[in-house]
Design a protein around this ligand. Structure first.
Ligand code: CP
Length: 309
């Protein structure tokens, strides 16, 4: 049996079977990563380009490690140092890179829809590593993997995504993925950061973080994206922290067993305090560790897929 999708552009419309296969295969690769020699020859002879038009620490390094651990040839492109500064267009850049016989493109871009556009102008398999405020499917898959690893299930679990939902690609991918796997998904944040009509995706909306903490098993705490003008959506960072910041005191008062995730990078003292970010309820670095196995799974399942359907 092979995966149904040809590219990973997002989790919207991806079947529960495909997500299950991605997560189960990641479990196998996680075992590989625990061996003294963390490498398999699975993608030997394949070339993967990591096309990053936007900054990244976790996703970029995680993909590069995943590619190397599958024995693929990994090439990194970043805008700084490239001929983009000489006026070369995105389309020309990509077509020149693809002319060097690449098989897969992992792309991060500030504009939503760039991964889909790539599938129209390239022959390569495309993996979305985050496109604008649209989707970040590999982050959601590693979040789901980490939750499942910790709790043993996704179906029936109550997961609340907290923060700037309106500008979050992580939120949207988590909503689609978690709902496909049978979790109960809710959102919590200031009304200005919750898109109007989002309930139509089948999610519950809270504006009271204490209530959300009492009623959920898992909190996925989003970064307040200060570089994307998030400050315009609440009076001050201090006020955001007061009303929505996840503190150990809030955990102790509302739900001492709640599981805390954060996709990173963290704004310590804004959406989460250091005692929580480094404390017993969180699995933030487990998420990062699991990201390599999850990305190996994606690269493997898409890179070895044979059907043209
Ligand atoms: N979570 C995440 O996407 O982090 P980076 O921006 O560092 O890749």
């Amino acid at each position: 049996m092979q995966i149904g999708i040809k590219h990973l552009l997002g989790l919207q419309g991806v079947s529960a079977n495909d997500i299950q296969m991605l997560l189960d295969t990641a479990t196998t690769f996680k075992q590989v990563l625990e061996r003294p020699i963390k490498k398999v020859p699975t993608l030997q002879g394949k070339t993967v380009v990591n096309l990053f038009y936007e900054n990244s620490t976790r996703t970029r390094i995680s993909f590069e490690l995943a590619e190397k651990r599958l024995s693929a040839d990994a090439v990194n492109f970043s805008v700084s140092g490239s001929s983009v500064s000489k006026g070369e267009t995105f389309k020309d850049t990509v077509r020149n890179i693809e002319a060097m016989k690449v098989d897969m493109i992992v792309v991060r871009h500030a504009s939503a829809g760039v991964p889909l556009y790539l599938t129209k102008i390239c022959k390569s398999i495309v993996i979305n590593a985050g496109d604008g405020i649209h989707e970040h499917p590999t982050q959601a898959l590693l979040d789901m993997f980490s939750i499942r690893e910790k709790t043993g299930k996704l179906e029936g679990l109550k997961v609340c995504i907290v923060g700037d939902i309106a500008h979050s690609r992580v939120a949207l991918s988590n909503i689609f993925g978690l709902k496909a796997m049978g979790a109960h998904v809710s959102l919590c944040g200031p009304a200005t950061m919750i898109p109007r009509g989002i309930e139509n995706l089948g999610v519950k909306v809270y504006t009271d973080i204490d209530k959300a903490m009492k009623e959920n098993d898992v909190l996925n705490v989003l970064r307040i994206q200060l570089e994307r003008k998030a400050r315009e959506y609440f009076p001050s960072v201090r006020e955001y922290h007061q009303f929505y910041g996840i503190t150990q005191e809030r955990i102790d008062r509302n739900n001492k067993d709640i599981l805390i995730l954060h996709p990173g990078p963290i704004n310590r003292g804004v959406e989460i305090t250091s005692d929580v970010a480094d404390g017993p309820n969180q699995i933030i670095l487990d998420q990062v560790t699991n990201g390599v196995a999850v990305r190996m799974s994606i690269l493997y399942l898409l890179g070895t897929r044979t059907s043209e359907e």
